[in-house]
Ligand binder design. Sequence first.
Ligand code: GDP
Ligand code: MG
Length: 301
Amino acid sequence: MKSGFVSILGRPNAGKSTLLNQLIGAKIAIVANKPQTTRTSIQGVLTLPDAQIVFLDTPGIHKADSLLTKRMMDTVRAALGERDLLLLVVDVSRKFGVEDRHAIDLIRKADTPTLLLLNKVDLLHKDKGALLPLIEQYRALHDFAGYIPISARSGDGVAELRQAIIERLPEGPAYFPPDHITDQPDRFLAAELIREKILQATREEVPHSVAVSVESWEDTPQLIRIYATIYVERSGQKGIIIGAGGAMLKNIGTLARHEMERLFGRHVYLDLHIKVQPNWRQKAGFLAALDWRTMAGADEN
Ligand SMILES: Nc1nc2c(ncn2[C@@H]2O[C@H](COP(=O)(O)OP(=O)(O)O)[C@@H](O)[C@H]2O)c(=O)[nH]1
Ligand SMILES: [Mg+2]
């Protein structure tokens, strides 16, 4: 038996959360083409007959400008310690930038073997030759343990990646029972699915200003009844999310509910409210209440 701890790192939108879902084979991390989609670290456990891999998905490496984004970068740094292997995910369709350099600096300091994952190769179409100069560019910056082209979205290269990870893990026990796939409580997963639908439907500053909290969760024999609050920072944002005649909010609720029903295998009744909470990204108490690790009553679920 082999087992170990593997962190997934990279700049925003590189495809880290898409990769985690693909590796685990279940949607446990939300995905959107917006920065700050992942705001906290997300554990995903893959159990195979001869190996168990404990993955940690992280917020994108970026320059922090609010208390929220500073907390996000603390999460990234915490994910660098005491790992067996790191995965640095880069988007091959984007030019190398300051955030990529920053990511490499962090990895150098961690002094842990790192696989470079060249993600979104599906966007290169037939131009696979474009990968070689990119690999050379990264090789010149850091001595990676391997260079693996993948498409996190289509799953191309992911089986090879899994094998490459297992080869580098030490002998060890399974740390979790085989049916454990994440440490996130169901009510947090539900809140995240609502946030994902909002991120996918909005633009500019709205995605950054949205937080979602599940206020109440009732299990009945027929269904799960979920009451959630969407927080925004300004009343204009509230109007955007409600949409003309409430159409946007209705659509967000329907999409989120369908995904919850798939995830929990139950019927869901979902009740959504919107509140304006100016400047919440700078408020420590509010941030603590949002994170399931620190929120009040976290051990109820
Ligand atoms: N074309 C393509 N898009 C991808 C791939 N992986 C992720 N994406 C998209 O990139 C965006 C960011 O993905 P996400 O997983 O949230 O990135 P993260 O911020 O690194 O966690 C989403 O729109 C994904 O659908 C891929 O392999 N190919
Ligand atoms: Mg993410």
